[in-house]
Design a protein around this ligand. Sequence first.
Ligand SMILES: Cc1cc2nc3c(=O)[nH]c(=O)nc-3n(C[C@H](O)[C@H](O)[C@H](O)COP(=O)(O)OP(=O)(O)OC[C@H]3O[C@@H](n4cnc5c(N)ncnc54)[C@H](O)[C@@H]3O)c2cc1C
Length: 487
Amino acid sequence: MASWLHWFRRDLRLRDNVGLYAACQAGDAVAGIFVIDKRWFAADSEKIGPFQAAFWLEAVAELARSLAKHNINLHVQSAGDPVKAVVELAQKLEVAGITFNKDYEPMQMAQDRRLAQQCEKLGIKCRGYKDAVGFEEFEILTGSESPYTVFTPYKRAWLTKLTAEPQVPRGLPKRPSRALPAGGKIPTALALGFESVQLQLATGESGGARMLEFFCGEAVYAYQNERNFPAREGCSRLSAHLSCGTVSPRQCFEAVRAAQGAAGRAKPLPGALAGCDTWLSELIWREFYKMILFHFPRTVSQAFQMRYANIAWANDAAAVAAWKTAATGYPIVDAAIKQILTTGWMHNRLRMIVAMFLTKDLDVDWRIGEQAFMQWLIDYDQAANVGGWQWSAGTGNDAAPYFRVMNPILQAQRYDPDGAFVRHWLPVLKDVPTKFVHEPWLMPPALQRDCRCVGGSDYPKPVVDHAAARLRAIARFKPDKPSGPDR
Ligand SMILES: Cc1cc2nc3c(=O)[nH]c(=O)nc-3n(C[C@H](O)[C@H](O)[C@H](O)COP(=O)(O)OP(=O)(O)OC[C@H]3O[C@@H](n4cnc5c(N)ncnc54)[C@H](O)[C@@H]3O)c2cc1C
């Protein structure tokens, strides 16, 4: 038998970890490594932010404990070049091979190619596994063998494939009979220079499992009806777990399949099955965007639709600052920004509203919003974030059409009808009558004074007039307007 090393990245769990499982099959001794990549995982990197750093490091700490009980020691190292750190440890431990779970981000894929090359030179086996998705880049293609760029047919093909090839989770990996030496201490996010934050989510593999069990045991049945209302607990909040791999997609597929079964039998609630189907559909969006990023890596920084590549964004600094500091004067936008700044998470409906507001109403480049979300989000995931921003800006594949510009007031009135969400995050609106809560500038001056919400002093006046901004945005994006070469 031999020793193997598993490189943990976005798969911070012991159960249903395909690469780790394989390492434990191949070797009688297994070690793990997690590299704190200083280019990303640093307070001054302007990449990931304090919520993601804290959430990930708590997950790593729990992982180290559960691995140790399984006779596997985890090495945690800070490095500027993760490949070098992994190869050096592999040589030091004299392992026969390295396993890792595949990632679909361009930078990570380049790194994995480099690892494979170095391993080949050194005679170390190197094996990458599909783990982060049910179906990966070449498993679901159109009839002409090209990637899907439109979601609905992709989803249809994905569901057909799932029926033919159910993706079921593995349990625990085999317990190695020998332990390899331990190494490295797990820092806190604070020790790495990140500001202190209060995490409002259960962390680690155990926290993710509890959240999944609760959601698919109950809340999923109401998902279809509740998921768009930010003041309600209508969605799973599992995104941070899926993003760092404390929950696997297969565990989600299995949990929702069990919920579908139960909905058909014991719980014939109206909308229960639709809730399950819609939630599964969201998980397919996650896979869709990973597949898109794999096939179109240029979209991390370029419009998917080349005719929008050269749009001249206004990028007004004051507008960007108002958006980033929750001072746009539009309560739903400002409350959403407060939510993300305070918790690291923002409701999906609000992500669409604030992204459209930045790109369409304020005429700011989607890449500026994408960068801000990268630093703010606890669940930052390059594929979903770029996909979500390009969808909202209208530059992406299968994006919102150029003439559909969300109206932040109508959206707020529809999805926060009594103003509970905006009042929670903007206490200045506490006494504003519901009729005006999403457009407080319409209150007569005396009423503004009565409810201590005077425009321009207690709460900002709107930075832009939505109706006029909408028309300007449509004109900018109109397909017949020359806006760059179509390559
Ligand atoms: C501008 C913008 C930026 C976004 N950035 C991210 C990001 O960085 N990371 C991220 O995980 N999601 C991102 N999303 C997608 C979505 O908003 C979040 O996944 C969702 O709000 C997370 O909450 P939840 O776990 O309760 O989701 P649920 O509604 O419970 O959905 C279940 C899971 O499906 C996946 N999912 C749901 N919607 C989407 C979607 N539209 N695209 C891709 N996956 C989806 C997530 O993994 C999510 O946890 C973004 C959306 C927009 C519009």
